[in-house]
Design a protein around this ligand. Structure first.
Ligand SMILES: NC(=O)c1ccc[n+]([C@@H]2O[C@H](COP(=O)([O-])OP(=O)(O)OC[C@H]3O[C@@H](n4cnc5c(N)ncnc54)[C@H](O)[C@@H]3O)[C@@H](O)[C@H]2O)c1
Length: 302
């Protein structure tokens, strides 16, 4: 099978490309290397900025597109709105056009739990609808509708995947990465607000298992799936995990934060029963995912 992975040099994309190649698939990566830098040497790599149209490389016969390229920085989306629009919406539209022209077998879109805004229903099921609280979430929601449009009007089998927070492996941006970077620089870890904000985390290998199930599924039309864990944990609990791992109390400082202004959900917990019916079960809880992830980024820290 042939796969086109946009954003395949990034955190999630790099792991997915490795997984696909290990299972004998042919993979073309399209990435502009704006934040990503990982290149699997067994993939075909095309450097291209998807904000532009005019892509003219041959992508083979009926490839499956996995569209991960985006700017995943939620807080930055509140400041740099137009830049995010281009990376999250314009790039998605251009990628859909490429998929249409290549007679894509399937289109997989990396969406996000941020589409639910400050959901009043937790865990949040796929049919919950609310206004996102960040431009990032809003643009993911627009991206999903673009994908649905192409699926319904051009007959491309498609799926939008709403990820919880993904952690572990070569992670380059999340709470674990940020805390680890501060520890390495011998700085106090900066905690936003009271640390009681609470979210669900999925270990990277569990995400890979979920994506593998969904791309192998015999289906038609368009669908959406949450990919989240059975539990959720606070930032204070994450610091407890860090404490046990390093065998001491990390220095801590408080940053007063207006969560609405930075577009950050204080609570995020997804109902993943729909994908579980297809046989997916995360091997690691949120706490275990965070602990493993600290191990991945800190090594044997003592
Ligand atoms: N990491 C998470 O916890 C998480 C959670 C929810 C959703 N997502 C989504 O999953 C996807 C992958 O996220 P990630 O964490 O791997 O991010 P990442 O920043 O590590 O990877 C994104 C990749 O896209 C590339 N890229 C960005 N703009 C591009 C453009 N215009 N043209 C070509 N390439 C471009 C970057 O160079 C990078 O390699 C994103 O769509 C993100 O929004 C991630």
């Amino acid at each position: 099978m042939e796969y086109v992975v946009t954003g395949g040099a990034g955190y999630i994309g790099g792991h997915l490309v490795d997984r696909l190649i290990e299972s004998g698939q042919g993979v073309t990566v399209i990435d502009d290397l704006s934040t990503g830098s990982y290149i699997n040497k067994r993939s075909r790599f095309i450097k291209f900025d998807l904000r532009k149209d005019g892509f003219d490389e041959d992508l083979g016969k009926n490839p499956t597109f996995i569209h991960l390229a985006a700017d995943p920085d939620v807080q930055n989306s509140m400041l740099d709105i137009n830049s995010h629009y281009e990376r999250d919406v314009t790039a998605t539209l251009n990628t859909l056009e490429m998929a249409r022209k290549a007679d894509a077998k399937m289109f997989v879109f990396a969406s996000s739990a941020t589409v639910y805004g400050n959901a009043k229903k937790l865990p949040t099921p796929e049919d919950y609808d609310d206004v996102p609280i960040s431009y990032y979430g809003l643009f993911k929601k627009v991206g999903e509708r673009l994908v649905e449009y192409y699926s319904r009007n051009y007959g491309i089998k498609a799926v939008s995947l709403r990820f919880a927070n993904i952690t572990g492996g070569r992670v380059t941006h999340n709470v674990v990465y940020k805390f680890a970077e501060m520890m390495k620089k011998n700085k106090p870890i900066e905690v936003w607000g009271d640390g009681n904000q609470r979210k669900s985390y999925v270990y990277i290998s569990d995400l890979m298992d979920a994506v593998t199930i969904l791309i192998g599924r015999d289906s038609i039309g368009y669908d959406t799936f949450n990919i989240g864990n059975d539990d959720w944990i606070t930032v204070n609990e994450i610091i407890g995990i860090l404490r046990r791992r390093i065998g001491g109390e990390p220095q801590r400082s408080t940053i007063e934060t207006d969560f609405a202004k930075i577009g950050d959900q204080r609570e995020m917990f997804l109902d993943a029963s729909k994908i579980k019916k297809l046989g997916w079960k995360p091997k690691y809880t949120s706490g275990e995912a965070i602990d493993l992830s600290f191990g991945d980024v800190l090594g044997n820290w003592k």
